[in-house]
Design a protein around this ligand. Structure first.
Ligand SMILES: C[S@@+](CC[C@H](N)C(=O)[O-])C[C@H]1O[C@@H](n2cnc3c(N)ncnc32)[C@H](O)[C@@H]1O
Ligand SMILES: CC(C)=CCC/C(C)=C/COP(=O)(O)OP(=O)(O)O
Ligand SMILES: [Mg+2]
Length: 293
């Protein structure tokens, strides 16, 4: 695409996975159906594949012997996951209805719906998974917002959006599947000068030395490759993305994990790795917002 291209979205034929690894990731998300994601999404129709932040509302959980306790736990965990999206959207700056936003690695589309509901603008998502894109587009149709919210099967390193046509873009827990220099070069290409990029991510802490055994366990569990905090900041600096906020959300996400670990029907086995690595300082949950200069 040339620098003079003013078409925001190019809906050409879908290429296959760029690498065998991307084929693995597409298959992984095509087959994902964990109760912790589907039951939480069923609460209000916003389906997330990210984690939660904020204090647990103990009163909302009811007494331990409350017959509705499990339902209340699901609702509370979901509230914390949507609160995470709200914090990401808060960092996008002044978004108007005429703008276009891009969700890179959009999952089932919960963040896209919330962004459209907040800003009234177009939101375009890309995911490697055809099942996720179908799911997100079905939800948008059910909500009557399919003119504005749209997901497609594309590689976030080669997005079908014109150069400089996007006002805001983000990765919500999806940057650990790609090389960060390639990723930020692509965000810098699609963003207009003055546009904003935001990520919420788990990253390993260079102060710890190397990725801890817990970080390695998380990588194996999700088939991903968690980067260090330093890699994020360097790759942004190399790609015209200047951070205006770096927020450590580690303390804010721990209550979500500690609550989730108490619900046997929802646990997946990865809770201990998150809790231990956040506590031993080897892993951090970070929000980085950056201006495209
Ligand atoms: C953990 S999920 C996060 C989903 C979503 N951001 C959310 O917050 O609910 C990771 C997502 O990244 C996507 N992904 C991973 N590598 C990708 C790539 N190279 N191009 C596009 N999407 C990718 C996956 O398909 C999946 O949708
Ligand atoms: C912070 C880090 C390192 C995230 C890795 C990416 C990831 C898999 C996020 C959550 O997805 P999910 O909501 O499908 O996972 P789960 O089933 O555990 O809720
Ligand atoms: Mg989840």
């Amino acid at each position: 695409m040339s620098v003079t291209d003013t078409t925001p979205v190019n809906r050409t034929a879908v290429p296959g996975p760029a690498t065998p690894y991307q084929g693995d990731i597409a298959r992984y998300w095509d087959h994902e159906a964990r109760p912790v994601n589907l039951r939480l999404g069923d609460v209000d129709g916003l389906y997330h594949h990210h984690y939660g932040i904020g204090e647990v509302d103990q009163e909302a959980l009811g007494a331990p012997d409350d017959s509705e306790r499990e339902k209340k736990l699901v609702t509370e965990l979901h509230r914390l996951e949507s609160a995470q999206t709200d914090v990401l959207l808060d960092s996008l700056g002044d978004i108007r209805p005429e703008h276009t936003l891009v969700d890179a690695g959009c999952g089932r589309g919960g963040s896209m719906v919330m962004a459209h509901q907040r800003f009234g603008c177009k939101v375009e998502g890309v995911t490697l998974s055809a099942k996720q894109a179908e799911f997100g587009n079905r939800r948008a149709k059910e909500l009557g917002i399919d003119d504005s919210v749209h997901a497609q099967v594309r590689n976030m390193l080669d997005m079908p959006f014109g150069t400089g046509t996007v006002r805001g873009s983000w990765n919500n827990e999806s940057s650990m599947y790609v090389d960060l220099h390639d990723l930020f070069a692509e965000h810098a290409r699609i963003l207009s000068v003055g546009g904003r990029y935001v990520t919420i991510t788990g990253c390993w802490n260079p102060i710890y030395g190397q990725p801890s055994k817990w970080v390695s366990q998380i990588n194996a569990h999700f088939e991903c490759n968690i980067h260090s905090r330093r890699e994020y900041l360097r790759a942004m600096a190399d790609n015209r993305l200047v951070p205006n906020a770096v927020v450590d959300l580690t303390a804010a996400t721990l209550p979500y994990w500690e609550l989730r670990a108490t619900v046997p029907s929802l646990v997946t086995g990865i809770e201990e790795a998150f809790i231990n690595s956040y506590k031993d300082g080897s892993f951090q949950y970070l929000l980085i917002a950056a201006d495209r200069v």
